[in-house]
Design a protein around this ligand. Sequence first.
Ligand code: SF4
Length: 403
Amino acid sequence: MSQAPETAAEVAASAGEEPVTRPTATGESDESGVGSDQICVDLPDLKGMLPQELQELAIELGERAYRGRQLYSWIHERGVDELSAMTDLPASFRRQLASSSRVSRLVQTERRESAEGTAVKFVFHIPGAGHVEAVLISDGDRRTACLSSQVGCPLECQFCATGRMGFLRNLTAAQIVDQFLALCRYASARGERVTNVVMMGMGEPLLNYDNLVQALRIMRVETGPSIGGRRMTVSTAGYVPGIRRLAADDLNVGLAISLNATTDELRSQLMPINRKYPIAELLAAAEEFFSRRGRRVTYEYVLMAGVTDTDEDARRLADLTRDGVCKINLIPYNELAPVAEGGSPGSRFRRPSDERINQFREIVALRSPHTVTLRLSRGRDIDAACGQLYREVHRKRKDVTTD
Ligand code: SF4
């Protein structure tokens, strides 16, 4: 039996953290996901609906089911968000839709391409809540869309820029899908297509479970810019009830777990969620995921100089994960660009030297029966780590208003 889902605020609170909320444009605290775009949010968003749901809607409005399929095609295949432009739909149907629903589109406020051309980062405005980011990462033939699931994050991992923003709101399914569609449009204009999706952007995706799953289902619909479940990965900081729920779901997506420490003492310091779901529980949930879904889990491990990169850590990492069916991915810490000349609160963590990184990898690889990979950061020059571009953009705006 899976536990009842918790809210982002409950998880943060039970981990001993006060959930951080920010005022919305209306001046109200917005922890519930309702903000200044309330008027729009109240209307069903057609972009967040599956073809079947659009067909049912068409029938409800007195049309034939195929009108729903046409609607899906306009939004997801042709990238049209204006009902008035969907010219093969009856005018009466379009009028009914216009008065009872909406088709949202995220406003892109920033785009940066890395010098080496392997990463493009997009920043989108979320009305009443700030910004979210998505990154398109190129690696050979693979084009991976890294998407956000929340504005900010309640989990406050110490090494993460997004964690320091606090939690503002969950994204809707449509807002998750829209990041994907924007990246698909960009790739398509370059004669490419997005091949993979990873939920590794801002936020803890498993704390926004229903919207996450709905978005993943939409992205895998075969008639859209389809991504198969085997090419989708959900990354979690270790929200165990969410992992168990995902294991019981029929989505068949991959699972990546941000482990990042090999003792509960250190992990609880770095990732407060560990106080509620310690390492042993997390590993057990990962095993359950594998036994139910048949997909090996990837353990992500961020190497931070003097914090997580000792020989002892390397040996413990190999030992902890020995009995699982998994892969270990080592990620050298991506140092935050200073927010101001005075430095950044994240700057207390450092990337280890290349020599230390290689030594760490060798120890784990020699001791572990599993594949051990090293992920070299793409797009370091565009601040392509979680939350970093947002901070930079935000800083610039502040600079402008102060001048
Ligand atoms: S690392 Fe992920 S889970 Fe942790 S604070 Fe950042 S966005 Fe949230």
